[in-house]
Design a protein around this ligand. Structure first.
Ligand SMILES: [Zn+2]
Length: 396
């Protein structure tokens, strides 16, 4: 189901074809986020022109609709998309409900893409705020304070993901915070490994690719142990999750520690990562697929991504501009509308504003992945990376 086409002799980058029941994905690929089984502000008929290959929905958010989605023929059908889909296990939302409150980290998304000194500075360490109680079986938690506890564990996560019916599904793991120490991370990793086996044993459908998740925080020996453990299990693919940082020279330490222990023939997904620089460095380290809210979330707020960097379409300098959102872009938005019109739509809070911005941003990221695939084929990925980043930083 996964075939490697080209390998970069100077890095771990590769291109490949990932076969799913709903179509073939050319890798490396970006996974667009459709949390509630739809991409907000983007009607399904506009998706194909954005070059989207894969859409991820969140099991936690679809929990209450899983049965209804199963009855309706599964996620791809419900989305009116009929292309390849992915779901996460729901674990990330549950555990972040715990530690993001306990550690005073407001936005869970920061844990993956922007965990930083800011996060550390905000550390309030208030265990009483943690709404999650973890046992060896799974997690008991309160969706809202004052409400009765609910439970999510590996068996239920797989049962929900089988009902939702995405092509690629994820093992249930405990996602730790960057503020968790070595001892806690080690205990959590043990649970994640136990749950990985339970997930495999709980699977009843044979048409879904269940990815095993590598955890271990920022600790080299834990990451290595996790990669070896997950690699030894019969998962058809891998995902790398959790919190980590990059070294000063742009290296993802956790990828260097883990990927050499993962079977080369199976696809590798990087959970929640999707900034331009991280995509380029992730591919160089051997990642095949990524998912991130950046293209869609930023578009809703007027953030437009281009090869020269990101800009805010709300700014007054765009109010008279007859230029497209990005020069030389062939997306449906750029060929049909100018910056001034999108600027005015945003000012008027017209939902079409978000639609134009999302069409462009998704196309931009998917197109970047196409250029990355081409650069790997031509054995010039590192050069492409450096040139692309130099250009985008020049005028960002
Ligand atoms: Zn465009």
């Amino acid at each position: 189901m996964f075939r490697i086409l080209n390998k970069d002799p100077n890095s771990r980058a590769r291109t490949g074809l990932l076969e799913t029941p709903h179509g073939v994905i050319e890798t490396p690929a970006y996974t667009i986020v459709g949390t509630y089984a739809s991409i907000r502000h983007l009607p399904p008929e506009l998706i194909p022109a954005t070059k989207t290959q894969l859409i991820i929905a969140n099991t936690y958010h679809l929990w209450g609709r899983a049965e209804e989605i199963a009855q309706a023929g599964g996620l791809a059908k419900v989305m009116d998309w009929n292309g390849p889909t992915m779901t996460d296990s729901g674990g990330f939302q549950v555990f972040s409900l715990g530690f993001s409150r306990e550690h005073g980290i407001g936005k869970v998304i920061r844990l993956r893409s922007d965990h930083s000194s800011e996060t550390m500075a905000n550390n309030q360490n208030k265990p009483e705020r943690n709404l999650v109680r973890i046992t060896d079986e799974g997690a008991w938690f309160k969706k809202t304070p004052g409400q009765p506890e609910v439970f999510l564990g590996p068996e239920l996560s797989i049962a929900l993901q089988e009902k939702i019916g995405a092509d690629i599904i994820m093992s249930f793991d405990e996602c730790t915070s960057p503020l968790h120490d070595y001892e806690y991370t080690k205990i959590a990793l043990k649970r994640t490994h136990r749950w990985a086996k339970v997930c495999l044993d709980s699977q009843t459908r044979s048409d879904q690719l269940l990815y095993g998740i590598v955890q271990g925080g920022e600790f080299q020996d834990l990451r290595e142990a996790s990669a070896k453990y997950i690699n030894a299990l019969p998962f058809p693919g891998f995902a790398i999750g959790g919190s980590f940082s990059k070294s000063a020279d742009g290296d993802f330490n956790i990828l260097n520690w883990t990927i050499s222990h993962l079977d080369e023939a199976r696809p590798r997904h990087f959970l929640g990562i999707g900034k331009i620089e991280d995509l380029l460095d992730g591919v160089l380290a051997g990642i095949d697929t990524f998912d991130c809210v950046i293209p869609t979330r930023e578009a809703r707020h007027g953030g437009i991504w281009t090869k020269r960097g990101r800009y805010d379409i709300h700014k007054a300098i765009y109010s008279q501009s007859k230029d497209p959102l990005e020069e030389d872009c062939s997306c449906d938005a750029c060929v049909s509308i100018d910056q001034a019109t999108v600027h005015t739509l945003f000012k008027a809070k017209d939902t079409l504003a978000g639609q134009y911005a999302i069409v462009h941003n998704i196309f931009f990221f998917n197109n970047l992945m196409a250029q990355i695939r081409q650069a790997i084929k031509e054995q010039r990925l590192r050069q492409f990376r450096n040139e692309f980043l130099a250009n985008s930083k020049k005028s960002a």
